[in-house]
Design a protein around this ligand. Sequence first.
Ligand SMILES: CC(C)(COP(=O)(O)OP(=O)(O)OC[C@H]1O[C@@H](n2cnc3c(N)ncnc32)[C@H](O)[C@@H]1OP(=O)(O)O)[C@@H](O)C(=O)NCCC(=O)NCCS
Length: 275
Amino acid sequence: MSELRLLRSADLPDLQELSRAAGWNQTADDWQRLLALAPEGCLGVEEGGRIVSSTTAIRYGRELAWIGMVLTLPEYRKRGFARSLMSHTIDLLRYRGTSWIKLDATEEGRPIYTELGFTAETPIERWRRAPAPFDGESPNGIYPFIHDPVLDRRGFGANRAALLQDLASIESASLPTSAYAMGRPGANACYFGPCVARSFESARLVLEWFLSRHPEEEVFWDLFPNNKPAVELARRYGFEPVRHLTRMGMALSPTAPYFMANDSAVYAVAGFELG
Ligand SMILES: CC(C)(COP(=O)(O)OP(=O)(O)OC[C@H]1O[C@@H](n2cnc3c(N)ncnc32)[C@H](O)[C@@H]1OP(=O)(O)O)[C@@H](O)C(=O)NCCC(=O)NCCS
């Protein structure tokens, strides 16, 4: 017997097993953050006393919800669990008056989303930098993170202040009025992102801030390949693309206002599961 239900903290060991089985980078803290930010948006299928399939949906106000962690344990796949969790999530978000939903789709997930009405918006890629000493020093002019809602909304298109506040406590920095960047540990590599910047030069400085603090670690960075300055920066600092996904979106009502994001200001997203 399988049961679809809300996820809770007691499920953390099962959730870690789900992301580990897929080779994903999320840690227990990442799962915990999702449960805390979206206690009513994280769903799972329980069977045999454990969670075997999951989805998460963070709401950024009424304008946008972000779906992530669509995972089914390998031995439980092709039984309709992911599709069922996605349908419930969409119904829930529609009921709450959310205008848009978005996600970053793997090749495996994409057919499910297409069938549910999502359309492809833009490619998004994971880039990786092998451990390498960082030549140089931490740049000048870097301050502790200062939340600049205008700068972030310009890039992301919705208010994600609660998420940024949470991530900022891990590792973050700002170049006042021109850029910010954050980082966090991962199961496989440390993670650079989000990073929103008004110029190539300011993005370069916050990237150097991050790399100077992680000189001998593998680093992941998720970016839009259509953002050519981001690609140039990634290549210049020794990153290479390792995974290719597709950002997809769907309006939940015919009258939903057009969603305005500006990918050219986004040098690094917050995570495939966060937007
Ligand atoms: C993508 C993923 C979540 C799908 O999970 P799932 O629970 O197997 O998904 P579903 O069972 O709902 O649907 C998957 C397929 O099984 C088919 N299926 C569903 N019920 C079925 C049944 N009773 N018998 C046979 N096939 C069935 C579906 O038609 C679908 O096939 P299609 O993709 O060719 O249309 C899973 O493969 C996974 O965890 N992959 C690794 C992580 C990943 O890439 N996640 C997506 C992130 S965007």
